[in-house]
Write a protein that binds this ligand. Structure first.
Ligand code: UP5
Ligand code: MG
Length: 190
């Protein structure tokens, strides 16, 4: 892994806050490669890998898949891709994920984009997404919110203490949220 040449940004927010949606815009405008940890895990289930059933059960329960599994998938995706600018979406999800990724790869994020959105709005979005995700049902959504509050928010607090968090109001319409996202990226690409 070409550690220090990689410029990467973490997109770190709650379920349904719009991480995937905004990443698509950032990719289009600023040439990053988007790596969604959730998408990589779902692809691993589809590929019929030996970990597939374990991953599927954990996602169904809204639980965090063991770090070594997710980190291996992210590392492979980074290595297979020629780009040197990555958006890591939805990872690290807990303190252990963060510490393991930093010690295994030696890379730390340039900054962390945090999409702030009320839980009721995230719930509404997930329930109307209709993409056939196993975890978009009300029981799993509640579990995802609990795991997010307990395990993922402390990671944002950690990055905040390092001055890395850029907070965006994600409750607005998609285009308006992207205007605020742009304000974060423009200075880096002038
Ligand atoms: N939408 C988006 N923006 C909108 C806006 N501004 N206004 C109105 N609607 C908006 O958006 C969700 C829906 O809302 C879409 O229909 C969209 O059109 C609309 P999306 O951009 O898909 O939101 P996103 O934040 O990406 O939501 P997602 O459900 O993907 O977030 P999660 O964090 O829950 O899911 P993820 O795929 O990252 O993880 C799933 C599971 O995988 C986890 O629960 C966990 O079990 C496992 N996992 C791990 O174990 N480890 C990891 O490292 C990562 C995942
Ligand atoms: Mg997503």
């Amino acid at each position: 892994i070409p550690s220090f040449s990689i410029f990467y940004v973490i997109i770190k927010s709650g379920p349904g806050s719009g991480k995937g949606t905004q990443c698509a815009y950032i990719v289009e405008n600023y040439g990053y490669t988007h790596l969604s940890a959730g998408d990589l895990l779902r692809a691993e289930i589809k590929s019929g890998s030996e970990n597939g059933t374990m991953i599927q059960n954990m996602i169904k329960e809204g639980k965090i898949v063991p770090s070594e599994v997710t980190i291996k998938l992210l590392q492979r995706a980074i290595q297979e891709n020629g780009n040197d600018k990555f958006l890591i979406d939805g990872f690290p999800r807990n303190e252990e994920n963060r510490a393991a990724f930093e010690s295994v790869t030696g890379i730390v994020p340039e900054f962390v984009l945090f999409f702030d959105c009320p839980e009721e709005e995230m719930e509404r979005r997930l329930l109307s997404r209709n993409q056939g995700r196993d975890d978009d049902n009300i029981e799993t959504i509640r579990k995802r919110f609990n795991v997010y509050m307990e395990s993922s928010l402390p990671v944002i607090e950690y990055y905040n203490s390092k001055g890395k968090v850029r907070k965006i109001d994600a409750a607005k319409p998609v285009e308006e949220v992207f205007e605020d996202v742009k304000a974060v990226f423009i200075p880096l690409h002038e």
